[in-house]
Design a protein around this ligand. Structure first.
Ligand code: PCA
Length: 209
């Protein structure tokens, strides 16, 4: 049976919530197949998140790995295409660790591309009426580290990638954009379904700047 590993994150930076973790918990509760869905809410720690993700991939040998995290201040779902082999923490993680200018995986390539069909996923999410774009930087904090780790740890045949989500409505700080948690959850479901069936072939995308 096809296995999908879906992760979100716990709260960080003093926030009370993280919509990525909430959406993963919601999708796990309503999932009705046909793929086997394995879910986890990861700690926002460089050491803990990467180790846990590697253990989950080793245990379940998933066909699809989709990790999700919060990008506070954004207004759309961001389907990340590029993971950089760089850890450069602007704030401490939930362990209090703030590594600077280190590789995510020592000796690995400078960067890696998502092995999910990123353009097809963004288009499918938009077609459902939810704002979504392909993004070319997942930052240099724990999300990018988990994204790079997923690509490093997964088998070459695995489709692996990362999605950044906005704040959920009702949780966002004043004046910060948000999406309904149901739409964030739907976007993750659409991403999984597209990863299992879709391809980027022939889609116009990219970014001018
Ligand atoms: N967002 C952070 C880490 C955890 C999360 O949800 C990031 O973008 O790196």
């Amino acid at each position: 049976m096809t296995t999908v590993l879906l992760t979100g994150f716990e709260a960080f930076a003093g926030d009370a919530a993280n919509p990525s973790g909430d959406a993963v918990r919601t999708l796990a509760a309503e999932w009705d197949g046909p793929a086997n869905l394995v879910t986890e809410v990861l700690p926002v720690t460089f050491a803990g998140a990467a180790a846990r993700l590697r253990a989950l991939i080793a245990e379940h040998s998933p066909d699809v790995v989709l990790a999700a995290g919060l990008a506070g201040g954004t207004a759309a779902i961001r389907v990340e295409r590029v993971a950089v082999n760089l850890v450069d923490a602007r704030i401490p993680d939930n362990d209090g660790a703030q590594p600077l200018d280190e590789p995510s995986v020592a000796g690995a390539a400078t960067g890696r591309f998502a092995t999910l069909p990123t353009k097809a996923i963004a288009a499918a999410i938009r077609a459902a009426g939810i704002p979504a774009d392909v993004s070319y930087s997942a930052g240099t904090f724990v999300c990018n580290h988990v994204f790079f780790t997923a690509l490093d740890a997964a088998a070459p045949t695995t489709h692996a990638g990362f999605i950044h989500v906005p704040w959920a409505t009702g949780q966002a700080p004043a004046g910060i954009p948000s999406l309904d948690l149901r739409d964030i959850t739907r976007a993750l479901r659409i991403a999984i379904e597209t990863a299992l069936t879709g391809a980027d072939d022939g889609l116009v995308g990219g970014a001018l700047h």
